[in-house]
Design a protein around this ligand. Structure first.
Ligand code: SF4
Ligand code: SF4
Ligand code: SF4
Length: 231
């Protein structure tokens, strides 16, 4: 398979994944798992949100390159990755939330709103049930509520929901990139003001001159780091 075909296969596989970005497959996101599947490094039974139906969908795509039907060989989710279950939505107990913002930082689809030292709220329509906000909460005030009764996997999830989750994941990525660049910009400006102040000093002793040089090199290193982040 040439790189173009590999990319095409990755795209097809990624389109067939639920996009919760939960990392339960052992990869950083759905795209990472799709890449591993396309290169033959992972089996199609590692995605609990897709469940058994998900394994069938992935196997049907993979059969174009691998002769044996992976679904027949691996018809159930690898327990190492978790279990197929009803769709869940996170809920924050408002009486216990201390407003630490750690859950916001962990949510891959920006489905939590709140500010420092204020109560946080989950936006249920956008919550993918990925569970990633649970471990960082220092007061254990987030619980997962099942909302689809007996329906699990793709029976409890739709392509439309997957598309929304995927779009929100990419939008969040772009926001984080933008914030990183803005932060680097702020640091670079601060460093440049400091450098101007140091350059304006007029040291007379050898010791003071050395100190001025030391400060200059610290600031130059900070500016180089900020520049690297910006680019
Ligand atoms: S939904 Fe979760 S387990 Fe499935 S591929 Fe995406 S990140 Fe992996
Ligand atoms: S609110 Fe929690 S469970 Fe819901 S998507 Fe965000 S991190 Fe995942
Ligand atoms: S991690 Fe827990 S305590 Fe912190 S803001 Fe989120 S819900 Fe509140």
């Amino acid at each position: 398979m040439n790189p173009f075909q590999a990319n095409q296969l990755t795209d097809l596989l990624e389109d067939a994944l639920p996009q919760t970005q939960c990392t339960k497959c052992g990869y950083p996101d759905c795209h990472g798992y799709a890449q591993a599947l396309a290169s033959g490094k992972a089996l199609p039974n590692r995605c609990p949100p897709g469940g058994t139906e998900g394994i069938k969908r992935l196997s049907a795509i993979l059969i174009s390159i691998y002769p044996q039907d992976a679904y027949e060989l691996h018809p159930t989710i690898d327990p190492e990755c978790g279990f197929e279950r009803p769709r869940s939505v996170a809920f924050i107990d408002p009486n216990r939330c201390i407003g630490c913002t750690l859950c916001i930082q962990a949510c891959p689809v920006d489905a939590i709103v709140g500010a420092s030292k204020q109560m946080h709220v989950i936006l249920g329509d956008w919550c993918t049930g990925c569970d990633l906000c649970i471990p960082p909460c220092p007061v254990d005030c987030i619980s997962m509520l099942e909302i689809t009764d007996q329906q699990t996997g793709w029976d409890a999830w739709t392509i439309d929901l997957a598309n929304v989750a995927r779009m929100r994941y990419h939008t969040r990525d772009q926001r984080l990139d933008r914030e990183d660049r803005d932060n680097a910009d702020r640091l670079a400006k601060k460093a440049s003001v400091k450098l101007a102040a140091i350059n304006a000093e007029d040291p007379t002793s050898e010791e003071a001159k050395k100190e001025q040089e030391r400060k200059r090199s610290i600031i130059a290193a900070a500016m180089a780091r900020a520049q690297q982040k910006k680019s």
